[in-house]
Structure formats: C-alpha cells, structure tokens
Design a binder for this molecule. Structure first.
Ligand code: NAD
Ligand code: TYD
Length: 353
C-alpha cells in the first residue's frame, strides 16, 4: 500500500461481478485512495476478475468472511477507513430459494458485523461513510405499469430480496440510532463482463456456445430493467463522492425487456457471433417450470440520481450486449473454469457446510 496516500477505502465483495468493476474504477480513477478489497472468494468471487490491476500500488486484497464477527472486528481495529462500500453478498434468487440461511448469514449478519465495526471508525473520523449497495428487488413486484421510486414501500418476495431489504433496514437503523453516516443505492438487473453464468444473460450466452437448452421460466413474460455493469460502477463512484448522507438513490437503465424477447435478441446476436444460420440458437429455447414467487416486473425511476448527481447510462443495450458477448468469447478460459465440474463440486461442498 502507498503510505503517502491519506485516504483508505474498503470495498467488500470486490472479487465478484459488480465489485470487480467498482474496485477497478477506484484504483484507476482515484489514485488518492488506497483500495482494500475484502472478499471470501465464494463460487462467485474470482481474483481473475482483477488480474489487470492486482499489482497496482494503491490496491490490497484480503481474503475474509464478513460473517465472522471476531475476524471483522480485528480487521477493522487494524485499519482506518474513510469509507466502506459494501457489495459482498449472496446474490442469486434461485439459490436463495434452495438455501435461504446462507442469505441470512451473509446478507444480514455480515452487514451487521460491518456496521458494528464501522461505529468505531466513525468515532475516530466524523467524515466516515458506510455505503450499502442494494437492489430494486426490495420493492417487490410491479404490475404492467409504474416504476420503483425511492419512496416506494419495501415489499420483498424472495429470500434474497428479503435479506437485502433487511440489510437496508439495518443500515438505516444504524444511521438513526448511532448517527452512522450512510448512503444506500438500489439498482436494477446488471449485465456485463465477469458475471457468474447462473444469471440469465451469461447463462444463456454460455448455453448457446455449448448448444445446451435455454431454460425460460414460465411463459417468459417477466420483465427486467437491464443496466450495463460499468454504468452501475460509475453511479456508485458518483454516489460515494457526491451522494447526500442518509439518502437512497435508485439506479436503473430505463431499459425494460421481457425475458422471452431478450432471449430472442440474445439468440440472434449469438448466431451472428458464431456465424450460425439465423434461427439456430432459438431452437434451444425451452420453457420450464416457473420460479416460485417469481416477480413479474422490475423497472426503475432513476430521475433522482439524474437530477441531483447528473448520472445517466452511457452504454446502449445493443452496445452493452455486444461487449458482453465479446468478453465471454475472449475469456473462454474464465468461462470454462467457472463452469468446470471441479469448480462447481468444490463450491457445492463449501455451500452445504
Ligand atoms: P456476486 O455474487 O457476483 O459477488 C458477490 C461477491 O461477494 C463475491 O465476490 C463473493 O465472493 C463475495 N462474498 C459472498 N459472501 C461473502 C462473505 N461472507 N464474506 C465476504 N465476501 C463474500 O454479486 P454481484 O452481482 O456482483 O452483486 C454485488 C452486490 O450488488 C450485492 O450486494 C447485490 O445484492 C447487489 N446488486 C446486484 C445486482 C445484479 O444485478 N447483480 C443488482 C443490484 C444490486
Ligand atoms: P436472474 O438473472 O436470475 O435475475 P433476477 O432473478 O435477480 O431478476 O433472472 C432474470 C430473469 O430471468 C428473471 O425473471 C428469472 C428469469 N430466468 C429464466 O427465465 N431462466 C433462467 O435460467 C434464469 C437464471 C432466469
């Protein structure tokens, strides 16, 4: 670490999908920060995601689990942080349905551990900020019309969204009770490089490459608002520096797609990329049993962050998807590794502990 740098920032979950983009952004664009990346390296965390910046003088990786209270307290007692950007989480809805307790442990207990440890940081530094990265899924499901606003009531439906709603509430409660300075952002579905191939877009890209079925849940008429991950990372940096303390910001792409339409689009783009006859990949579409408690529609009203902080998405969906597809093709080794039997078996055993 660079001893001449005065500001220290802790990013949790920095080896994951979104976290890796946030870490890279802070290392490369904010040379006035030492960036500490704390991550347990679960199946979703991968140091390959940060290979290009791992030797930066203002970067340090620490392998550690936020659910371990003693470890977190000791780690915080040895450092002075100006801010914590907290992304570490269990993040996949389907896993939360089969194993809700892991989500309670990491997303709730882990967040409260970080909040408790942050109180001491705040006592030593009144400018300390705790920034919680959250999801629009805490608002529950929209019908055919309307958008989630910052004032929309919480109404989570999945164990994942219930755990994120709970951690949001704890962050706000620490703000009220202990005056811990905080900010929260709730973002829509992200896509882009480094995403573990269990979420819709990378799973379908990988399955098309492998000629495997594309499992569309139910009738496919579920809607998500997709945002390119680098635009999310940009919003996070902006909120960390300019967001008003104690506020929530919604982040979204104004880019709604029904799953089935998105699947057709992906099939067309992949046929082009693989130089297959148009229509080849569509034959892989398979309608399967619906996800229990499946939220019909998410869509974000991002006017607050636009108006107050001047943020807007910079990448169109077409550009973002093409860049994403290119990334998975250019990083076949990454994809083969994280989908290999050994990798999945290893984490399956850890997961069931
Ligand atoms: P991810 O699953 O790709 O990465 C999560 C990271 O957290 C991994 O690196 C993992 O190793 C780490 N981690 C998990 N448990 C840990 C523990 N106990 N201790 C330390 N590290 C641990 O997730 P993501 O998609 O990058 O999401 C990051 C954050 O953004 C999450 O809080 C998620 O709820 C939120 N979010 C995600 C999306 C999305 O579309 N992916 C949208 C909105 C908000
Ligand atoms: P996902 O990427 O898991 O994100 P989230 O559940 O957090 O929105 O799923 C996006 C949408 O795609 C969601 O409506 C569920 C659906 N889906 C499928 O139809 N098939 C799949 O195999 C997956 C993973 C998701």
């Amino acid at each position: 670490m660079d001893k001449n740098i005065q500001k220290n920032i802790l990013i949790t979950g920095g080896a994951g999908f979104i976290g890796s983009h946030v870490v890279r952004r802070f290392i490369t664009l904010n040379s006035n920060y030492n960036v500490f990346n704390l991550d347990a390296l679960t199946y979703a965390g991968n140091l390959e995601n940060l290979k290009d910046v791992e030797r930066a003088p203002n970067y340090e990786f620490i392998k550690g689990d936020i659910t371990k209270t003693d470890f977190i307290n000791e780690f915080f007692s040895k450092h002075s942080f100006d801010g914590v950007i907290h992304l570490a989480a269990e993040s996949h809805v389907d896993r939360s349905i089969t194993d809700p307790l892991s989500f309670v442990r990491t997303n709730i207990l882990g967040t409260v551990n970080l909040l408790n440890a942050s109180l001491q940081q705040f006592e030593n530094n009144p400018n300390f900020l705790f920034y919680h990265i959250s999801t629009d899924e805490v608002y529950g499901s929209l019908g055919e019309k309307g958008l989630f606003k910052e004032t929309t009531s919480y109404d989570p439906n999945s164990p994942y969204s219930a755990s994120k709603a709970s951690s949001d509430h704890f962050v706000r409660a620490y703000g009220e009770t202990y005056k811990l300075p905080f900010v929260i952002s709730n973002c829509s579905n992200n896509y882009g490089p480094n995403q573990f191939p269990e979420k819709l877009i990378p799973l379908f890209i990988n399955n098309i490459i492998q000629n495997k079925p594309l499992p569309v849940y139910g009738d496919g008429n579920y809607t998500r608002d997709w945002l390119y991950v680098k635009d999310h990372a940009k919003a996070i940096e902006l909120i960390f520096h300019k967001g008003k303390k104690g506020e929530t910001y919604n982040i979204g792409g104004l880019n709604e797609w029904k799953n089935i339409d998105l699947t057709h689009l992906l099939c067309r783009l992949m046929d082009k990329k693989l130089k297959r006859t148009l229509g080849t990949s569509e034959k892989l579409i398979s309608f399967v049993k619906d996800r229990p408690g499946h939220d019909l529609r998410y869509a974000i009203d991002a006017s607050k962050i636009k108006k107050e902080l001047g943020w807007k998405p910079s990448v169109t969906f077409e550009e973002g998807l093409e860049q994403t597809i290119d990334w998975y093709f250019d990083n076949k080794e990454w994809l083969d590794n994280v989908t290999s039997k050994d990798y999945l078996e290893y984490y399956k055993n850890q997961y069931q502990e």
